[in-house]
Design a protein around this ligand. Structure first.
Ligand code: GLC
Length: 516
């Protein structure tokens, strides 16, 4: 692949929600020193790349996606020096670190916004999107009025406290206040964001996960203008930081990768996407029709149709990143039981592109419905503290009294924890571990290895080839199934496979990886 950092080919990412991972100073909130103390665990599990959710100074109205100062680590996580030490310690262990870049909006407490809201013209006046009258409420986006001395309404990008940064408009419908994305008045916005990137890359970060990457230019339905801005960013990276990586939250790989020049694009849980068919789908009565649900008995055809097309169209340009979940969705364990999740992990960790595992999914942490925290709403239940062990207070997450914790830990005595699962060869953690070991050892299974479907039966049997010689075969159902594929040298087996008189029989819930 042209201009692709080589390290991505063998990258397995781990997403860390910093406030919930490990608290080193007993204040109830996870921090950088806590994360550094767990790098050995991360490496041992087989993850060699990290994405850390936003960790910058913020009023935390959207858990840090409302950035107040892009150049400063939020004190609750530590200092900039702690972040630089994290990069160092991670690199010593062969782990790359992506930060979270929020380019579409800031917090309304950001210095840029405070300046922009002033009635006197200044260098930040065009940094955000303002109409020219406090009474104007144009259609199509959300607007705030009456909150500033400036005579205008300002556009929101997400929540009420997240004003949209101004990268201009593509189709101009009102010349009196909309600025073209090509106009020099909006150029400083992208330049400011590139300065943010360069600052963190210069201090040792390896790239960024990019929040709402498609949201920059407004009235840009085909995203051509937004893509043109990202291509400038990619050009800057190619020239100055050829090893740095950008992963977009876009969920449209042909546009994000081929047109906007991202190295990777997330495949999110959106309707009609692979993860929807694989993990989440259900019928009108709520019964699961997901491919990995053992009673669903559905063909893998729909799950793979669009994915295969997108893989084909982005071939040689970038990677599609399939995720086990993230901080915005209900945890996988609410949809699939442990036996089903084991097969789902075989799938995730044998697909091309770079897989992303959400912290705690490797041990099957649960979704805990609860009151919203920091703009999380229903997402809060997927953001609870990591469960390290049962012996220490708060599952080893923090020594703070329970009332001081960022969110309470899962106190169910049967809830999973790292230490117990690491000792148990049959645990989900052990399965994930053996798969990461296999992936790191077999180039065929890594990002660049080809992907082609060999068998896809109505009853649910699926076999795909990875690279030259490696095959992955599934029977996700609760009944025995036959396959037309002959097994070669087995590299991994879950469930059971038998070959007799040229017929391959797969026990219920089987996954086999083999070489021929
Ligand atoms: C992204 C983030 C989400 C955040 C939103 C606004 O979707 O993943 O957590 O609330 O953007 O920044």
């Amino acid at each position: 692949m042209q201009n692709m950092p080589k390290w991505l080919n063998d990258a397995i990412f781990y997403q860390v929600y910093p406030q919930s991972f490990c608290d080193s100073n007993g204040d109830g909130v996870g921090d950088f020193n806590g994360l550094i103390s767990k790098l050995d665990y991360i490496k041992q599990t087989g993850f060699n790349a990290l994405w850390i959710n936003p960790c910058f100074v913020s009023p935390f109205k959207d858990a840090g996606y409302d950035v107040q100062d892009y150049f400063k680590i939020a004190p609750r996580y530590g200092t900039n020096e702690d972040a630089y030490r994290l990069f160092d310690e991670a690199h010593k262990r062969g782990i790359h670190v992506l930060l979270d870049l929020v380019p579409g909006h800031t917090s309304d407490k950001c210095r840029w916004f405070k300046q922009s809201a002033k009635p006197e013209r200044n260098r930040y006046s065009d940094r955000y999107i303002w109409t020219n009258s406090g009474w104007a409420r144009p259609e199509g986006y959300n607007w705030v009025t009456g909150n500033a001395d400036r005579d205008g309404t300002y556009m929101l990008n997400f929540f009420l406290n997240q004003p949209a940064l101004n990268y201009g408009f593509n189709n101009i419908t009102d010349q009196s206040w909309q600025i073209s994305y090509k106009d020099k008045r909006v150029k400083p916005t992208l330049n400011a964001m590139m300065r943010v990137m360069r600052f963190w890359l210069d201090h040792g970060a390896d790239g960024f996960r990019v929040d709402m990457a498609d949201s920059l230019v407004k009235n840009d339905p085909e995203k051509t203008a937004t893509a043109s801005l990202w291509r400038k960013v990619r050009k800057m990276l190619n020239a100055h930081y050829p090893e740095a990586v950008l992963v977009s939250e876009w969920c449209n790989a042909p546009v994000a990768i081929n047109k906007a020049g991202f190295h990777c694009d997330f495949l999110l849980h959106h309707n009609d996407k692979l993860t929807d068919y694989a993990f989440y789908r259900h019928d009108e009565t709520g019964v699961s029709t997901a491919y990995f649900c053992k009673i669903a008995h559905v063909s893998a055809y729909n799950m793979l149709r669009r994915y295969s097309e997108e893989l084909q169209s982005t071939k040689n340009n970038g990677y599609i990143c399939v995720i086990s979940g993230n901080h915005d969705v209900i945890r996988l364990s609410s949809f699939l039981d442990e036996s089903e999740r084991k097969l789902a992990f075989v799938f995730l960790l044998t697909l091309p592109g770079a897989p992303f595992i959400y912290y705690g999914d490797e041990i099957g942490m649960r979704y805990i419905p609860q009151r919203s925290k920091e703009g999380g709403f229903h997402r809060t239940g997927s953001r609870t503290p990591m469960q390290w062990n049962r012996e220490e207070p708060n599952c080893g997450f923090s020594t703070a009294p329970a009332s001081k914790l960022y969110l309470d830990v899962d106190r169910d005595p049967d809830s999973p924890c790292v230490e117990q699962q690491m000792k148990d060869g049959a645990s989900l953690w052990s399965l994930v571990h053996s798969l990461t070991v296999l992936r790191h050892a077999h180039a065929d299974l890594q990002a660049d290895g080809e992907f082609s479907v060999v068998e896809c039966s109505d009853g649910g049997v699926l076999c795909y080839r990875r690279g030259e010689h490696t095959f992955v075969l599934f029977n996700p159902t609760d009944t025995e199934q036959v396959s037309t594929v002959c097994i070669g040298k087995k590299l991994f087996e879950l469930g059971g496979v038998a070959e007799k008189n040229g017929v391959t029989t797969l026990a219920p819930q089987t996954a086999v990886i083999f070489e021929k």
